[in-house]
Design a binder for this molecule. Structure first.
Ligand code: PEP
Length: 264
């Protein structure tokens, strides 16, 4: 089954509105030479205050797709209420988002997000008609202790618990070994592919073969223009969640261009 690749840029807590706009313009001017079917699914995730400084870019070839989609970096599962500092799925949608990243290791580590919270967020996102990008990954200690697969399988089973197979099929998972995030140490592509295959097997077990074949599973962790071709050549890696290299139009655009060389 061929799955359309996704290249998603996680801008984290970086860039003022004017800087976000400038980066957005740099990506927009690159994608203008292509149609959406030629491109991977391109997603940008600015910080909340810059969501309105960027916008999704529709394709004009009649395919009905976007050349650029916008994502929020987090959300709350409730629709509204006394949750100071949070935003709802509807608010993210209202600000132009089609995707929402959840369960990033930085949220799990610094803001004590649990698997249960991530599951509630995934359900709220899907109920609101948006697509969750569900992050998972192991620490270096877990890898060295030989419990990588067990840990990730637990995260995925919990995140997808109670979600219909149809909704699982639309979702996106990002496998991001924590020791590879922002460290410059990319996980070996064959190892990343092995873990991603394991994740796909867990999806098959919880949501069936069709969902496992359709769900897009990305790799994240120090992805660069020089690493993406090898990563995209693997059987089960369906794209990348990119942090540092998504903060400059040149490197992000090169990652998109190199993805197109391998498969779209
Ligand atoms: C991330 O935080 O999602 C990420 C993958 O960061 P980086 O590419 O900088 O490692």
């Amino acid at each position: 089954m061929s799955r359309k690749p996704i290249i998603a840029g996680n801008w984290k807590m970086n860039l003022l509105q004017s800087e976000a706009k400038e980066l957005f313009e740099g990506i927009k001017s690159f994608v203008k030479d292509y149609t959406a079917p030629q491109l991977p699914t391109v997603v940008i995730a600015p910080t909340y205050t810059s969501l309105c400084a960027v916008e999704s870019v529709k394709c004009d070839c009649g395919c009905g797709k976007n050349k650029i989609y916008v994502a929020a970096q987090n959300c709350h599962w409730e629709k509204s209420g006394a949750y100071t500092g949070e935003i709802s799925v509807e608010m993210a949608k209202d600000a132009g988002c089609d995707y929402i990243i959840i369960g990033h290791s930085e949220r799990r580590q610094y803001f004590s997000e649990t698997d249960e919270m991530i599951n509630k967020k995934a359900k709220a996102i899907l109920a609101g008609g948006l697509i969750p990008i569900i992050c998972c990954g192991e620490t270096l200690e877990q890898r060295e202790a030989g419990i990588t697969d067990e840990h990730i399988a637990t995260q995925i089973r919990a995140a997808l618990s109670g979600i219909s197979s149809e909704d699982v099929a639309k979702s996106v998972i990002a496998y991001e070994p924590i020791w590879a995030i922002g460290t410059g140490k990319t996980c070996d592509s064959t190892e990343a592919n092995r873990v991603i295959k394991m994740i796909r097997n867990v999806v098959k077990e919880v949501a069936g073969v069709q969902a496992a074949d359709s769900i897009r599973i990305l790799y994240g962790g120090s992805v660069k223009p020089s690493t993406i071709e090898e990563q995209m050549s693997q059987s089960d890696i369906d794209g990348a969640l990119v942090g540092g290299a998504s903060l400059k139009a040149d490197s992000f655009n090169e990652i998109i261009a190199n993805t197109m060389k391998v498969s779209v």
